[in-house]
Design a protein around this ligand. Structure first.
Ligand code: GRF
Length: 218
C-alpha cells in the first residue's frame, strides 16, 4: 500500500504543465486556478514544440512558458532529465501532462514519483496510444470518455484517478466524438488535480483509493 505523502511542499501547490499543441486542457487548468476552484499556482508551462498554441495561452495568463526542443539533447533520457531539472528548479509539486505527445521516461518519473498526471481521451484501458477517439469510433463502442491517471512507464497505463463517460452516437465523426469527450476532459482534469493535491488517497496495487476521514482515522 502506498500512502499519499507530504511531498506537496508548497501551499498553494505548484504545478508544471507539459504540452505539445492547442492547450485547451491547459486553459481549463488556468481557468480553474483563476476562478479559485483549484487552489494551486501554475509555476511553468513547457512544450516540446515551439509552435504549440498553448505557450501563447500561458503567456497571456502571465505564466512562464518555455519551449524545450528535444533536438538539443542526445537521447530521450537526457531530454527527460532536463525537463525534470527545469521542473524542480521551479519547485514544482505536481506535473500535469496536457496533450504532451511524448513518452515520459524514468528520469522524469523518478523525479516525481506518483506526482505526474496525464489526461487521455478514452476510457482506459481501452484505446490507449494515438487517435483514441478514432479507435473508439472504428471499434464501434457505444460509450467512450476521458481518463485522468497517474503516469508510470507503461503507456497510458498508470492508476486511474477519474473517468467520465460519454455516449457514442450513430452519426458521430471523429471530430464530433472528440468534441464531446473534450468537454469532459476540461471538467475532470482540474477536478483530478484537486483530488491528488488534497492528499486523501492511497494506492492499493494499481487502484487509486480515496480515503474518507472516518476510514483514515479508523
Ligand atoms: C486531448 O484530447 C488530450 O486528452 C490528449 O491530447 C489532447 C490535447 O488537447 N492527450 P489540448 O492540447 O489540451 O487542447
Amino acid at each position: 500500500m502506498l500512502l499519499a505523502d507530504d511531498s506537496m511542499k508548497n501551499n498553494p501547490a505548484r504545478l508544471g504543465v507539459l504540452i505539445s499543441g492547442r492547450g485547451s486542457n491547459l486553459q481549463s487548468i488556468i481557468d480553474a486556478v483563476k476562478a479559485g476552484t483549484l487552489q494551486a499556482t501554475i509555476a511553468v508551462v513547457i512544450s516540446n514544440r515551439a509552435e504549440a498554441a498553448g505557450l501563447l495561452r500561458a503567456r497571456e495568463a502571465g505564466i512562464e512558458a518555455v519551449h524545450v526542443s528535444p533536438r538539443g539533447y542526445s537521447d530521450r533520457n537526457a531530454y527527460d532529465q532536463a525537463m525534470a531539472d527545469l521542473l524542480r528548479d521551479r519547485s514544482v509539486d505536481l506535473v500535469c501532462l496536457a496533450g504532451f505527445m511524448r513518452l515520459v521516461g524514468d528520469p522524469l518519473i523518478n523525479a516525481f514519483p506518483n506526482r505526474i498526471l496525464n489526461i487521455h481521451p478514452s476510457l482506459l484501458p481501452a484505446f490507449s496510444g494515438l487517435e483514441a477517439q478514432r479507435q473508439a469510433l472504428e471499434h464501434g463502442v457505444r460509450v467512450s470518455g476521458a481518463t485522468v491517471h497517474l503516469v508510470t512507464t507503461e503507456l497510458d497505463g498508470g492508476p486511474i484517478v477519474i473517468q467520465s463517460a460519454v455516449p457514442v452516437m450513430d452519426e458521430d465523426t471523429v471530430d464530433s466524438l472528440a468534441a464531446r469527450i473534450l468537454v469532459e476532459e476540461h471538467r475532470i482534469y482540474p477536478e483530478a488535480i484537486r483530488l491528488v493535491l488534497d492528499g486523501g488517497w492511497r494506492l492499493e496495487g494499481r487502484r487509486f483509493v480515496r480515503v474518507s476521514p472516518t476510514r483514515a482515522g479508523a
